[in-house]
Design a binder for this molecule. Structure first.
Ligand SMILES: *Cc1c(COP(=O)(O)O)cnc(C)c1O
Length: 469
């Protein structure tokens, strides 16, 4: 249904890339489309020099299309901004839960970033990608003993979240490691920020981290452990945050805690301020740029250190979404159309909640373009539905689009973070393929799951096997 009371973007050029030169690329997290997006002479969208229509012909749909240039640009903007704005040592680590696979890890590793992993599986993936243990930080609020043993064997830094873990780790470290195991302590900073309840982690009522009221107890205990070396403190306040103030507040809280830890004789000289910088999913989203965020955090840490008269710590930030979110689009093929006069028009695509569970989980909003007819004027507002047996399986609720036909290619933007990594096989739909595009070349980085893949882990007990008589 065409709504008359809401102003539709009527130019048809609404999301057409405006970037004319990549000599000085904009901040990827402030763009809807990847930085290399172009409309070619046949009115088709190209990313990384590859036409989406042709990519779908070759690889099928749904298809995750990762733009290597955009990802590398976000990495270098983070890295270079810290060098510019922070006088001490710094390190940017990728929160790999946003999207962990070998190719993504290789690209980010080659940009000299480190990695935050939150499970044995993510740790394994990072190691298989060839990442050095010294660049890996192991997070999680309920690491199993097996995971802790794995991390100690590897020799990465462990972000300790709670008492149970701390005590398990003391045992494992004493038994298994000749050298003290490097750890950092995660604390709940008690800082509120405006984001979805499920992705808010900094307020005191959070499952993550030690209660700051127990600081003395934790530091006293740590100062007695020879098997552990507490090198730093960590806090993460949440995700998809547009305000700079919470991160600035966090910086001074962390510096105060560092000073306190040093008073207990702990070698705490590293502070990790977490991630959380938001990205632009829709026109009205207005996040600070990567360099603005880094500058604000760096200055806040430096000011707090000056006030507390402590030397500058090694400063770590661990962004996920703002590194990779804007670097990927998901291409779908348009299928059925259902018009309910006076109510709504549903356009269904060949994927949905199994490849992008964010709308149904967090009510997240996205934008899409018709990639094979980029200048077609926008004429209708529809509900872009998925193909799963679930009424809530909607990709975009109020999608302003040109009239689409079955077979059109829709590109949903900003699907790099928390899409593939949250994908499932609901309805026994295989997870889509993912490709990376760079300077006109496309390479497969994750195979599409086949029917056979779907039953690969299934087992039939002998008494259920159907024997042919
Ligand atoms: C998820 C998470 C991040 C990354 O958050 P983004 O919003 O994707 O930048 C960083 N640190 C921790 C501990 C996290 O849980």
């Amino acid at each position: 249904m065409l709504s008359t009371d809401r102003s539709l973007p009527n130019t048809g050029h609404r999301y057409v890339p405006q970037i004319t030169s990549l000599d000085i690329p904009p901040s990827p997290n402030q763009e809807l489309l990847p930085l290399t997006a172009k409309v070619n002479s046949s009115d088709n969208l190209e990313i990384g020099g590859c036409e989406l229509r042709k990519l779908v012909e070759q690889y099928g749909s749904p298809l995750y299309i990762l733009d290597e240039f955009t990802l590398r640009t976000a990495c270098s903007q983070y890295r270079d901004s810290f060098t510019t704005y922070y006088s001490g040592e710094s390190q940017v680590i990728y929160a790999s839960k946003a999207w962990s696979c070998l190719a993504v890890c290789r690209i980010i590793d080659s940009e000299n970033l480190g990695f935050d992993v939150v499970s044995g599986g993510e740790l394994y993936t990072t190691l298989e990608a060839g990442v050095d243990k010294d660049k890996i930080y192991f997070h999680g609020n309920n690491k199993s003993v097996t995971e802790l043993e794995f991390a100690v064997e590897v020799g990465c830094t462990i972000m300790v979240d709670n008492w149970l873990e701390l005590k398990n780790l003391v045992q494992i470290a004493s038994a298994k490691s000749e050298q003290p195991v490097p750890i950092m302590i995660r604390l709940t900073p008690g800082i509120e920020c405006h984001t979805h309840e499920y992705i808010r982690t900094g307020h005191l009522d959070s499952k993550f981290g030690f209660d700051p009221n127990q600081l003395d107890e934790v530091f006293t205990y740590l100062s007695q452990q020879e098997s552990l070396s507490c090198i730093g403190l960590h806090a993460h306040i949440g995700s998809q945050i547009f305000e700079r103030q919470p991160h600035q507040d966090l910086a001074s809280v962390l510096v105060d805690w560092m000073k306190k830890a040093q008073g207990y004789g702990l070698p705490v000289t590293t502070l990790n301020v977490g991630g959380g910088l938001g990205i632009k999913y829709i026109e009205s989203d207005d996040p600070p740029s990567i360099s603005e965020w880094v500058s604000a955090v760096s200055k806040a840490v430096e000011n707090a250190c000056n006030q507390a008269a402590v030397p500058l710590p090694k400063l770590i930030a661990e962004p996920g979404r703002s590194l990779i979110g804007s670097a990927c689009v998901t291409a779908y093929t348009v299928g059925s159309r259902k018009e309910i006069p006076e109510f709504n028009t549903y356009i269904a695509v060949d994927g949905g909640m199994s490849d992008n569970p964010r709308p149904i989980t967090y009510q997240s909003v996205y934008r899409a373009v018709v990639a094979n007819r980029m200048s077609a004027p926008i004429t209708e507002e529809v509900t872009l539905a998925g193909k799963h047996c679930e009424s809530g399986d909607v990709v975009i609720k109020n999608a302003a689009l040109p009239k689409t036909e079955p077979g059109d290619i829709l590109a949903v933007m900003d699907t790099g973070a928390y899409n593939y990594s949250m994908a499932s096989n609901y309805n026994r739909i295989g997870r889509p393929a993912a490709i990376v595009v760079y300077e006109g070349e496309a390479n497969l980085i994750i195979e599409r799951e086949t029917y056979h893949d779907l039953i690969e882990q299934d087992r039939l007990p002998e008494r259920l096997v159907k024997h042919q008589e």
